[in-house]
Design a protein around this ligand. Structure first.
Ligand code: FMN
Length: 192
């Protein structure tokens, strides 16, 4: 089977972000499962808050176009999202909103998400591990017609979830991570 290219990013640019830490752990596991991985940070793709007037006046920001093309250059995507007030943070929604407005030549608007395999994970210090944020993100991406794989990882009590080697220490988390990674690779390979 051909090796799939997977793009990984976290929906937080906070120093010490639990979701950035989990994104790095997921990226490591994807590499172990023999995917080719690009781990990026949204800090390198700053975008203004979506505003239709701004789009009419100035077009879609360059960073949204760059990120859209980055996504398009990969077979699958893995997004690790924080949970804010039971949903996705504005950074995640705003990024998806702008990217969904990009329309390159011979494409429909938002084509980059269509039939693209996407895996989702979340990390939170709470007991639910960002489960509600995952439900919201799944809804958003499904509306963009992405193929959101059924397996997902909600990492509870994220500050205590790792061992000294920076590996997830609870068997249930390890199992969920492996299942997510395996399924994303499998679906990405089938869609290549
Ligand atoms: C505005 C706001 C709302 C939040 N709401 C929730 C929530 O609904 N559920 C939850 O588990 N954590 C919530 N948190 C706590 C975040 O999970 C926590 O700040 C987490 O560290 C953010 O992710 P990061 O570490 O990747 O930046 C909230 C934090 C903020 C700033």
């Amino acid at each position: 089977m051909t090796i799939p290219k997977i793009l990984v990013f976290a929906g937080s640019i906070r120093t010490g972000s639990f979701n950035a830490r989990l994104a790095a752990a997921v990226a490591k596991e994807l590499v172990r499962a023999e995917a080719e991985v690009s781990l990026i940070s949204l800090v390198d793709y700053p975008m203004p808050l979506y505003d239709g007037d701004l789009q009419t006046k100035s077009g879609v920001p360059k960073n949204a176009i760059n990120l859209k093309r980055m996504i398009g250059a990969h077979h699958g995507v893995l997004i690790v999202t924080p949970e804010y007030n039971s949903s996705v943070p504005p950074l995640v929604k705003n990024t998806i909103d702008w990217v969904s407005r990009v329309q390159d030549a011979h494409e429909v608007r938002g084509q980059v998400f269509r039939e693209r395999p996407v895996g989702i994970a979340a990390a939170s210090e709470g007991r639910l591990g960002g489960t509600r944020s995952l439900a919201a993100l799944r809804l958003i991406l499904t509306a963009c017609r992405a193929l959101v794989v059924p397996n997902q990882l909600a990492l509870s009590f994220a500050s205590e979830a790792y061992d000294d080697m920076d590996r997830l220490k609870h068997p249930a988390d390890v199992e969920a991570l492996n299942a997510l990674v395996r399924q994303l690779i499998d679906v990405s390979q089938r869609m290549m």
